[in-house]
Design a protein around this ligand. Structure first.
Ligand SMILES: NC(=O)c1ccc[n+]([C@@H]2O[C@H](COP(=O)([O-])OP(=O)(O)OC[C@H]3O[C@@H](n4cnc5c(N)ncnc54)[C@H](O)[C@@H]3O)[C@@H](O)[C@H]2O)c1
Length: 313
């Protein structure tokens, strides 16, 4: 069997960093992406590498390739993008999972799902542990993403129970770093781009809602550890940085690092926006031996540098 590793959504933010790391580790990588939110710019530097191959393909359609492992990341991840075509978002999560699980079943390949903290919805327990079932609105504007990802998890565990597939489910919390989309409305990129443009920094609500932010290198490390650990470890496992910041603290830190004269402007809170989000990473620590190592201050440096270069181009 081919030793190739398939990364769906590999031209996106997380996917492209994962491809980088796998190539660094000497692996052969097949990157599959429909370029909805991803970009060839993110993988341009890999295109000349003999061990890297790019295939433009939509995961809502079946895929017939020979691979050893599958990282399933294909799915728009920011509200701006996943709400643009919500039906397609659900299809990408659900049909995409069915197609990738079907492929894994045929090949007896190990498969990892990039799930999300959004499966917890607007949580009523804090911090969130993996046994918390969530508090999700099934008919709201975020539901295409949240429920799509929940259904994908269901499919993964049914394939595991019914077909003895080797599955790995990671629940990823807010992650940031270079190659985030500049206009996707995610808070870190938003604040940085606004500060670099010298515009007002828009903070929703009173800015006291909190989030935790994980640097992309830490996250990619967790993905590879999860994929390569013992088959008995299926997850779901939370991965993210448990250090919590309020939106106001983040805005102030970004302002300090970028410099300039931007001011903070408060805006009404969007519908279904969770007040608090913080991972309990006890399982990741004990089962994977993983914990984030990059502080927000340190991770913001390369991220700001990336956006500075992008906006100057
Ligand atoms: N970045 C985060 O903070 C975060 C948090 C939780 C979960 N995740 C999950 O991680 C994965 C990657 O997220 P990201 O932040 O890199 O987002 P991203 O939008 O940069 O990457 C997603 C990639 O999937 C591709 N894609 C979308 N629909 C597709 C389809 N139908 N067929 C093939 N490719 C398709 C996009 O073009 C893009 O390259 C997603 O599944 C997301 O839900 C990310």
């Amino acid at each position: 069997m081919s030793d190739t590793i398939l990364v769906t959504g590999g031209a996106g933010f997380l996917g492209s960093h994962l491809c980088d790391r796998l190539i660094e580790h000497g692996r052969d990588v097949l990157c599959v992406d429909n370029l909805f939110t991803g970009s060839k710019d993110n993988i341009q530097h890999l295109l000349g590498c003999g061990r890297f191959e790019f295939m433009r393909h939509d995961v809502t359609f079946p895929l017939y390739v020979e691979v050893k492992q599958i990282y399933n990341l294909a799915c728009p991840a920011s509200p701006v993008h996943y709400q643009h075509d919500p039906v397609q978002t659900t299809k990408t999560s659900v049909h995409g999972a069915i197609n990738m699980l079907g492929l894994a079943k045929r090949l007896r390949a190990r498969i990892l799902q990039a799930s999300t903290s959004e499966v917890y919805g607007d949580p009523s327990v804090h911090p969130q542990t993996e046994d918390y079932w969530g508090h999700v609105n099934p008919i709201g504007i975020r539901s295409c993403y949240d429920e799509g990802k929940r259904c994908a998890e269901t499919l993964f565990f049914d394939y595991y129970r019914q077909h003895r597939l080797q599955i790995k489910v990671l629940r990823i919390f807010n992650t940031y770093g270079p190659r985030m989309h500049p206009n996707d409305g995610r808070v870190v990129s938003n604040f940085i781009v606004q500060a670099l443009h010298g515009e007002e920094i828009t903070v929703f609500g009173d800015g006291q809602q909190s989030r935790s932010f994980c640097y992309v290198d830490d996250l990619v490390q967790a993905m590879i550890l999860m994929m390569d650990c013992g088959a008995e470890i299926t997850g779901p496992i939370n991965v993210g940085n448990p250090v919590e910041f309020t939106m106001l603290e983040l805005a102030e830190t970004v302002l300090l690092k970028v410099g300039g004269r931007s001011r903070i402007r408060f805006m009404p809170l969007p519908s279904d926006d969770p007040r608090q989000r913080q991972p309990d990473i006890t399982k990741a620590r004990s089962l994977l031996g993983w914990a984030p190592t990059v502080s927000l201050e340190d991770g913001l440096e390369p991220t700001i540098a990336y956006f500075r270069k992008l906006l100057a181009a």
